[in-house]
Design a protein around this ligand. Structure first.
Ligand SMILES: *Cc1c(COP(=O)(O)O)cnc(C)c1O
Length: 255
């Protein structure tokens, strides 16, 4: 009986991943030709979900996973059944400087998507020397932008983005600047037209590319979650963070 429930649950997650991947491909086909060579990365957001479900998703072909909470990421990434698998972790939560060492200690850490101030970038840069496995291994980072300008949201201001990217490029040699990330306002209905947060992030990328003379194709856009990843891809997202559409609904936040 135990075995049976396991099979049913596994196929459920595998089915969800397959469906999301199909929808990603479909959304790709609707993009303008400038994006045609970009294959968006699917990050499966596994916060609050147990290691066993992550393994199910991995066995269904999923490689990139995202977590919001430092302690949870440390625990899951060190789980014996996860350590043996080639999982790439994205940290996508708010990061305080006193937690930088913990995040960098994560085995197979692939990307920190939420760098939003100079001091945090500097702290990651100096600590990474202790944790990297090879001298020339840079840690991928994205700059989180508060495109909706909501005071309770993390992320740098739109107009501060270039200066922060410049700081990373000039002073943080152990970091690889990979792109820009936004969460954006919740509950936007794409039938009202392009999501203004996604348009803002694109605009930010243009400004960063122009002001710092960077090839725009080397600046990723992390935008889109379960309710709007297809829409985000149509607008040029290169990295979607999808949780509930893969792992099922999470219990509502109690904070
Ligand atoms: C939880 C979370 C997601 C995934 O949200 P879903 O709606 O479950 O897809 C994506 N990005 C961030 C930053 C999150 O915190």
């Amino acid at each position: 009986m135990v075995q049976l429930t396991k099979i049913i649950r596994m196929s459920e997650i595998a089915k969800n991943i397959k469906l999301v991947e199909e929808k990603i491909l479909k959304a790709c086909s609707k993009r303008s030709p400038e994006f045609e060579n970009i294959k968006p990365r699917l990050v499966a957001v596994s916060k609050i979900k147990p290691a066993s479900l992550i393994i199910d998703a991995y066995e269904a072909g999923q490689k990139y996973f995202g977590e919001n909470y430092v302690n949870e990421l440390v625990d899951k990434s060190n789980h014996p059944d996860i350590l043996t698998r080639d999982i790439r972790w994205h940290f996508i939560g708010h990061l305080q400087r006193n937690k930088v060492n913990k995040v960098l200690s994560v085995p197979n850490l692939f990307m920190i998507e939420t760098v939003d101030n100079d001091k945090l970038a500097t702290a990651i840069n100096s600590s990474w020397q202790k944790y990297r496995k090879q001298d020339d291994h840079k840690i991928n980072v994205m700059v989180q932008v508060n495109t909706s300008n909501e005071p309770e949201k993390s992320g740098c201001k739109i107009e501060e983005t270039s200066a922060l990217v410049k700081h990373i490029l000039e002073n943080c040699k152990n970091l690889k600047f990979s792109g820009l990330m936004t969460i954006g306002a919740y509950g936007y209905d794409p039938s009202n037209g392009p999501n203004p947060d996604f348009l803002s992030l694109k605009k930010c990328r243009e400004i960063v590319s122009n002001e710092l003379s960077l090839d725009i194709n080397n600046i990723e856009l992390s935008m889109g979650m379960s309710t709007d990843y297809e829409h985000a891809i149509e607008l040029g997202s290169t990295n979607v963070r999808v949780g509930s559409a893969i792992f099922g609904e999470r219990p509502p936040k109690t904070l």
